[in-house]
Design a protein around this ligand. Structure first.
Ligand code: URA
Length: 200
């Protein structure tokens, strides 16, 4: 086990015991588990989704349901293996009925994501959907006034924050679930994914 494995395990243990979370009772009542993240702890590319769905909360793995199938197709289209990247979400527990994460939930789980990013230090962060896009762009002081319809597929290069030595390149993309029922969004996602080839 290297230093990163150890630090990520500490995060997992803290989230497991996160009884103050508004999603904790729902987790326990349904025998769900939190989804911390999965993949290479030395990944150059990190994908950040929104929150686990039902499949994910049952299995403890990110993107293992219908949206995950799309993500797998997207990764295959640029010859990236799942085991070479790191995949996580901003909110680590499933919100009831897959509703949007609430601001208080993002505020509570966000610092765990910040720590995962600081440990793995990926060269590129791909945000999937508007929640992780807004969170990351806000964190790095980037303009979040534009909608995802304008920002998707752009390559954002923030400066490191004060007291930090590192900042990732951020590429906002649509959420793969949006491609499930919208062929145009699916085409855009596949096109935007091509950007990743230059970061492998
Ligand atoms: N949607 C997400 O945002 N994350 C998952 O892990 C699964 C579906």
């Amino acid at each position: 086990m290297d230093d990163r494995d150890e630090k990520l395990k500490i995060i997992r243990d803290e989230v497991l015991r996160l009884t103050i979370s508004p999603l904790y009772a729902y987790r326990c009542d349904n025998n769900y588990v939190p989804v911390i993240g999965q993949g290479n702890h030395h990944a150059a590319i990190m994908f950040i989704g929104e929150a686990p769905g039902k499949n994910e909360a049952q299995q403890g793995r990110p993107f293992c349901g219908a949206a995950g199938k799309i993500l797998d197709q997207l990764l295959a289209s640029v010859h990236i293996k799942r085991e070479d990247v790191y995949i996580t979400n901003i909110v680590k527990d499933r919100p009831p009925q897959n509703r949007d994460p609430e601001p208080a939930e993002i505020k509570l789980y966000g610092p765990f994501l910040d720590r995962q990013i600081a440990i793995i230090q990926p060269r590129v962060i791909v945000t999937l959907g508007r929640f992780s896009m807004v969170y990351l762009m806000n964190r790095y002081g980037l303009d979040t006034l534009k909608p995802i319809g304008q920002l998707h597929g752009t390559v954002q290069k923030p400066h490191p924050l004060e007291n930090e030595t590192y900042a990732p390149i951020i590429i906002p993309l649509y959420h793969p679930a949006a491609a499930l029922y919208n062929g145009v969004t699916k085409e855009i996602l596949f096109k935007d994914f091509q950007q990743l080839q230059s970061f492998i």
